[in-house]
Design a binder for this molecule. Structure first.
Ligand code: SAM
Ligand code: SF4
Length: 342
């Protein structure tokens, strides 16, 4: 299928071998982070040398090639996207695709620590919604799970985002024994504050210090427990991401469940992920990847880059097969979530 971009050049649209249109690009703009969440990173992480990262201009160039090929939604993530130096320059540049109408949404997933500084400029650049990760409202537990985070700082950031006019969705990873009895508090807080909430199952990505079987909490169990207290109505709503949503009737807010382990969501997958070094992963749970940095760097025009993107989409696999049980304690893929971006 062909389409025309704003410049009038024909660009092949992105359809994978299973007929799924790729319309959603997640971009990890840095593998670095100011926190060390237990399920995401090891305490003592080795980060990439800065010289290996795509420049902001190169990130813009790859993202723009995807936009010309029909991608409608871009999510910046990481690591922590707001610790990448001059990240606002990238956000402002990508904002031009919102203004031209080629892109429907530019958004980001953040841990919230930098939001008091960035919320307003993000809104001004065209961002309208953000996801903020908060696993617990207990300050001590928050500090323990993130190994260094200050809950008050994050809550002040979320408040600044709300005041700036940004829509907010809270992400919480469901962790057995850590926050499993706090979902009622999170639902109540989100209801009172006007935020949606998504619960996420831990995914077996990258070596961490602990044992993942100790962390894994199936969301089917969480949902059954929540249904004893709250009235949950299934919704048809699809945010373009992998979550299944219900409405919590008592608060009127949406509650999402991302269940890569207990329910595989691959059949509707419209996403690919770009790392900060220019590697494209066609599936979060598989190791196959395509290098876009080389074809981009060898020529000034985008012909080779676009050909590499087409070739990669032609290899998008049908799905992943994450398993966490006593026999499969190691990671399903060796890279951390902070490399590919959550
Ligand atoms: N630093 C930002 C943040 O924390 O929101 C963005 C990157 S983070 C990798 C994106 C999301 O992935 C977060 O909501 C985080 O909780 C989630 N995440 C990280 N590691 C995960 C894992 N092993 N399983 C499930 N979710 C994970
Ligand atoms: Fe950092 Fe986000 Fe990973 Fe936590 S989940 S360590 S905030 S990248």
């Amino acid at each position: 299928m062909d389409g025309d971009c704003a410049t009038g050049t024909a660009h092949t649209k992105l359809v994978d071998p299973f007929g799924r249109h790729v319309k959603y690009l997640r971009v990890s703009v840095t593998d670095r982070c100011d926190l060390r969440c237990q399920y995401c990173m090891a305490e003592d992480m080795t980060f990439l040398p800065k010289a290996e990262l795509l420049t902001l201009e190169e990130l813009d160039r790859v993202c723009s090639a995807f936009v010309h090929k029909g991608v409608k939604k871009i999510r910046l993530t990481g690591g922590e996207p707001l610790v990448r130096k001059d990240v606002l320059t990238l956000v402002r540049r990508l904002g031009r695709h919102l203004r031209s109408g080629e892109l429907d949404e530019l958004t980001l997933t953040t841990n919230g620590t930098q939001l008091t500084k960035y919320a307003k400029p993000l809104f001004d650049a065209g961002v309208r919604r953000i996801n903020v990760s908060v696993d617990t409202l207990n300050a001590e537990k928050f500090h323990a799970i993130t190994r260094r985070g200050d809950l008050d700082q994050v809550l002040a950031g979320i408040k600044a985002a709300k005041d700036a006019g940004l829509g907010i969705k809270i992400n919480a990873v469901a962790l057995k024994g850590d926050n499993e009895h706090e979902f009622d508090d999170l639902i109540r807080w989100c209801g009172d504050s006007g935020y949606d909430l998504t619960l996420i199952e831990t995914m077996p990505m990258g070596e961490i210090d602990g044992d993942r079987t100790d962390q894994y909490l199936p969301l089917s169990l969480v949902r059954a427990r929540l249904a004893e207290k709250w009235t949950l109505t299934d919704l048809d709503f699809n945010s373009g991401g992998p979550a299944r949503y219900v409405r919590v009737e008592e608060t009127g807010r949406k509650l999402g469940f991302i269940t890569p382990l207990s329910h595989n969501f691959c059949e509707s997958c419209n996403r690919v992920r770009l790392t900060c070094t220019g590697t494209l992963y066609m599936c979060l749970g598989q190791n196959d990847a395509a290098d876009l940095r080389f074809p981009m760097r060898v020529s000034k025009d985008d012909e080779l880059l676009e050909a590499a993107i087409d070739e990669a989409i032609g290899r998008k696999p049908k799905g992943h097969d994450f398993i966490i049980d006593r026999r499969h304690k190691g990671p399903a893929v060796s890279r951390h979530m902070s490399v590919t971006g959550g």
